[in-house]
Each structure stands twice: as structure tokens, then as C-alpha cells.
Design a protein around this ligand. Structure first.
Ligand SMILES: C[S@@+](CC[C@H](N)C(=O)[O-])C[C@H]1O[C@@H](n2cnc3c(N)ncnc32)[C@H](O)[C@@H]1O
Length: 222
């Protein structure tokens, strides 16, 4: 099945609200677990860049798990960042260590770093030109920077995509089911990602499936 693009930004306030209210705890903790497994010796310290941060799910998790890191979350959607900022207000203990920045990637001006880690969850499949993400990583990741990208991967057919929607989102609101389906159709495959990484000189990153719908792209910048 060929990739079918979806809009990059999630700008509709209802879409953002439903996304933020959804329970992604299982997938989100898989990402944190993958980070801990990939970098077991590391007590992450310093700035962390979260690309396509949405309402901040991973930004908050990383800030909680690693008390010596400061997370900068970047997203182009005002609706998503309004929720992220609202959440921040109720997390007084994290307020000084999380910052959200609104702007379209790759045009947005991102602080230069150096970053201890660059993370991104469920963002890659939104990009019409995935090379944008690899370009940012090449630009902002200095040697030693830990990189973890998690995303959906594309199933073989629309029927398989629908099957995953039924399996994991049967009782979710229609907006979320629709977005999940479109995201699966827009996602890349692990082989496509491997080819792209080799082309841009990021072949040191490992691409691995972690569930029947998720893959991670992980490694340390050499
Ligand atoms: C599915 S959400 C993922 C949110 C979050 N990372 C999480 O873990 O839940 C994808 C986010 O990427 C943002 N996004 C997509 N393309 C973008 C771009 N070119 N520039 C900035 N943000 C973008 C969308 O607005 C949306 O908030």
C-alpha cells in the first residue's frame, strides 16, 4: 500500500482536545522503556528536544523521569500547545523545566542546543517530507546526543489499518478513530525509514518494530 498523506498540523481544537484526552499511557510508557533500554547507564541531564510535542505527553514524562533535564517541546498547532501550557500550570514542580515553542518545523527557530537527547513521538508520519526530521536531527544532534523517535508504521492494506483501529480504538470517539486510521495510512515502513537514514548519513540509528503498529528509531549520534 502506498503512503497516503494526512495534514501535517493538528490544528482543529476538537481534534486536539480529543487527542489530549485519549489514553496513550501504554504506548507512551513503551517509548520511555525503549529509551531506558537503549541508554541504560544514562541519567539524562541537560536540554531535551521534543519534536511535534502535541499536548506534551512525552515532554512531561521525560521531565518527570529525568529530574536533571529540561525539555523544549516544539509544535505548530496553537490548539495543541494551549493544552500543553494549561497542563504545565498544574505541574508546578515541572514548570521551570518544560518549555513549549510554537512554530512550523522546519522553519521554526529552535534553540541551538547542545541537546542531551532528541525525542519525537507520533510526529514522523505527519511530515509530507520525512527528510525534514532527519535533517533536523543531523543539524541539532551533536556527538553523544541520544535519539529516540517512535511512530506508527504503515500496515500492508487499508483493511489491516481498519483492523488495528478496531483492535485498539473501538470505544474511542470517532474523531480519534478517524485520525488513527489516517495516521496508519500516512505512516512510513521500517524499510523506507532505513533507506532514508542511509541516504542522509544517519545509518548508525537502528530501526526496530516494537509492537504490531509501532516502530522506534534509536541510537546515539556519533
Ligand atoms: C499525533 S501528534 C503527536 C503528539 C505528541 N508527540 C505525543 O506524543 O502525543 C503530532 C503532532 O505533530 C504536530 N506537527 C505535525 N507536523 C508539524 C510541523 N511540520 N511542524 C510542527 N508541528 C507539526 C501536530 O500539530 C501534532 O500536534
Amino acid at each position: 500500500m502506498k503512503r497516503r498523506l494526512e495534514p501535517e498540523l493538528m490544528e482543529d481544537p476538537l481534534q486536539a482536545e480529543v487527542y489530549a484526552a485519549a489514553d496513550f499511557a501504554e504506548a507512551d510508557s513503551l517509548m520511555l522503556q525503549a529509551f531506558n533500554e537503549a541508554f541504560p547507564e544514562v541519567e539524562l541531564q541537560g536540554p531535551v528536544l521534543d519534536l511535534g510535542c502535541g499536548p506534551g505527553n512525552m515532554a512531561f514524562r521525560f521531565a518527570e523521569r529525568f529530574p536533571r533535564c529540561q525539555v523544549i517541546g516544539v509544535d505548530g498547532s496553537a490548539a495543541m500547545l494551549a493544552i500543553a501550557d494549561q497542563r504545565k500550570k498544574s505541574r508546578a514542580e515541572l514548570i521551570d523545566r518544560i518549555r513549549f515553542l510554537q512554530g512550523i518545523i522546519p522553519k521554526v527557530r529552535i534553540p541551538a542546543g547542545p541537546y542531551a537527547a532528541i525525542i519525537s513521538n507520533s510526529f514522523l508520519h505527519h511530515l509530507h517530507r520525512p527528510e525534514v526530521l532527519w535533517g533536523l536531527i543531523s543539524h541539532y544532534a551533536q556527538p553523544g546526543c541520544q535519539i529516540l523517535i517512535m511512530d506508527l508504521y504503515r500496515p500492508d492494506s487499508p483493511q489491516q489499518a481498519q483492523g488495528l483501529v478496531e483492535k485498539y480504538a473501538s470505544s474511542e470517539p470517532e474523531v480519534l478513530r478517524r485520525d488513527f486510521y489516517h495516521s496508519l495510512l500516512a505512516a512510513l515502513t521500517p524499510d523506507e525509514v532505513k533507506q532514508q537514514l542511509a541516504t542522509v548519513g544517519l545509518g548508525e540509528l537502528v530501526v526496530r518494530k516494537t509492537s504490531d503498529r509501532h516502530m522506534i528509531i534509536v541510537g546515539q549520534k556519533s
